[in-house]
Design a protein around this ligand. Structure first.
Ligand code: GAF
Length: 395
């Protein structure tokens, strides 16, 4: 069986094509094209909103935003992938006023206005190579590509401090405007990702450390499998896990699960069985992230694979955010030589990652495709998980 991968495309070509399209649509060239990537999280799931650390990396698959200012106060938003766009005025950009995918664009403009930034009217056109609904953070990629463009429009020099401001605005767009109660990992890695690295992100103080991560140098590949099973961060499952974590922290008398000192002993202080299991996932996952950072520093990818395994079991059994399709990817990749495999992202569908010997990737992918066909599920998508750069200007 021949396996096709979802192409990341050539950034220069995508940027040129988007410029041509923008110019035809708006009668003038954009001031620039800005790209921000999708992501996978290597480990540290559902810990960001518990103030813990996580270890995501940027994908080569990115969203591209072309922008130009207008001489009135209108904002227009269009996309190569979407039939309908959005148009309104700067004054109408508020939570609850914009629907659909354009919410993420409008939300970032609104959130930066809340930070005191001012904008003229804008035309925005986007193109994306990040699969939507795959748990690969297409929304953060969209937010961050637009945010970087807005910084340019506002004449702001983009240093790390400004990037942190942009991340904050993108999180507000996601949480307050799009209504997804997420934690901030996705926007941070979309802004701070670095080729050849994973980003160790401490969500208590938002400090970041770049850890060298180069599977190819070890003759390995990180295969990303989009199960194409539904994944929706606004439909309640994510929020209920978050509520369980808050309840666990309350039961333990701490402001967040990160503050628990005795991670093994603390669990007996939680009487509700379900809440205890949720806390066990988060607390053990925090320890796994610490260990993953250590083994990554040591280049011990076999040990990293074992941590993937334990992480997946914890999400499947304690946090209960896996599903048949994700479990099937993990089990099949394991059976085909993976050093480790796990679901990645919010869960309830979406994507899994598998660390495989390069020579075995095609066979593992073919076996996954066959498993899906046998079980009557839609064909999965495959992506090369190459650690890539975060948000950047292309032209
Ligand atoms: C989603 C959220 F957007 C992140 O903030 C994070 O909580 C993740 O799920 C789970 O680790 O991607």
């Amino acid at each position: 069986m021949s396996i096709e991968h979802v192409a990341a495309g050539d950034p220069g070509e995508i940027s040129d094509a988007l410029t041509t399209r923008f110019t035809a649509l708006h009668g003038r060239a954009p001031v620039g094209v800005f790209a921000a990537p999708g992501r996978v999280n290597l480990i540290g799931e559902h810990v960001d909103y518990n103030d813990g650390s996580c270890l995501p990396m940027a994908l080569p698959h990115a969203t591209y935003a072309a922008l130009a200012v207008r001489d009135d106060d209108r904002v227009t938003v269009s996309s190569v992938q979407q039939e309908s766009g959005w148009a309104g005025t700067l004054g109408t950009l508020r939570p609850g006023r914009v629907d659909g995918w354009a919410t993420y664009v409008a939300g970032v403009v609104w959130a930066l206005q809340q930070e005191g930034w001012t904008f003229p009217g804008l035309d925005v056109a986007v193109d994306s190579r990040v699969p939507v609904g795959a748990g690969l953070s297409s929304s953060a990629a969209l937010e961050c590509s637009v945010a970087l463009g807005l910084a340019h429009v506002a004449g702001v020099e983009v240093d790390d401090e400004v990037r942190r401001t942009l991340v904050r605005a993108c999180i507000r767009a996601e949480v307050e405007v799009a209504g997804a109660p997420t934690g901030g990992m996705d926007q941070t890695v979309a802004m701070f990702g670095l080729a050849g690295h994973a980003l160790l992100l401490d969500c208590r103080d938002w400090t970041t450390t770049q850890l060298p991560w180069d599977p190819a140098a070890h003759d390995l590949e990180l295969l990303v499998v989009d199960t194409r099973a539904s994944h929706e961060l606004t439909d309640g499952g994510y929020a209920s896990r978050r509520a369980d974590c808050e309840e666990a922290a309350r039961a333990l008398g701490v402001s967040s699960l990160r503050e628990v000192e005795d991670r093994d002993g603390a669990l007996k202080g939680i009487s509700d069985e379900r809440v205890r299991r949720r806390a066990r996932h988060v607390l053990t996952e925090m320890t796994r992230v610490d260990e993953a950072a250590e083994v990554l520093r040591a280049g011990d990818y076999a040990a990293l694979g074992r941590l993937f395994e334990a992480s997946h079991e914890s999400m499947r059994d304690d946090f209960e955010i896996s599903c048949d399709e994700l479990d099937a990817v993990v089990d099949t990749c394991r059976a085909h030589g993976a050093l480790g495999a796990r679901m990645t992202g919010g869960g309830f569908g979406g994507s899994a990652i598998a660390l495989l010997p390069r020579a075995g990737v095609d066979a593992a992918a073919a076996a996954v495709a066959e498993t899906f066909a046998t079980r009557g599920w839609p064909a999965p998508g495959f992506l090369h998980g190459v650690p890539s750069d975060g948000a950047r200007r292309l032209r």
